[in-house]
Design a binder for this molecule. Sequence first.
Ligand code: DQA
Length: 152
Amino acid sequence: MEYKILVVNGPNLGHLGKRQPEIYGSRSMEDVAPMVDNLLQGGGDSAQLTLFQSNSEGGIIDRLETSREDGTHGIVLNAGAYTHTSLALADCLAWIGVPCVEVHLSNVLARSEPLRQKSYIGRHVIGVIAGFGILSYALAVQALVLHFQDKA
Ligand code: DQA
């Protein structure tokens, strides 16, 4: 089966590879699809990725709501700083009913600012993957596919 996975990046995540590479790495979102293919190789299922990025809270919420109706099986979400601030995003994930994995490029639990250790969205996702740079996204897609296989 081919799973439709929506990969959503929030604010300041539109220039990956260029933004503070010492924290977020020097690879771009283009590297995610080949990593996913490698990880899923031989497992019988594949993933069709749709990438979306918005710097605005409303833009992200609009896209997440659309995912309810466009056949999306699962969501990989890096909400950036909205992870730590957005009750609106948490409310959205609480009702849309599309399984979601929260991802971060950096290990937010190891960052110096205590605020980054709080996630508003964490209680509405299946799980969290953080700290592996761009690989975090690919691992999240793999986790979703394995989760679906497990449930089937
Ligand atoms: C981030 C971590 C957030 O704290 C930060 O605001 C980001 C990126 C990450 O991927 O490591 O914008 O979500």
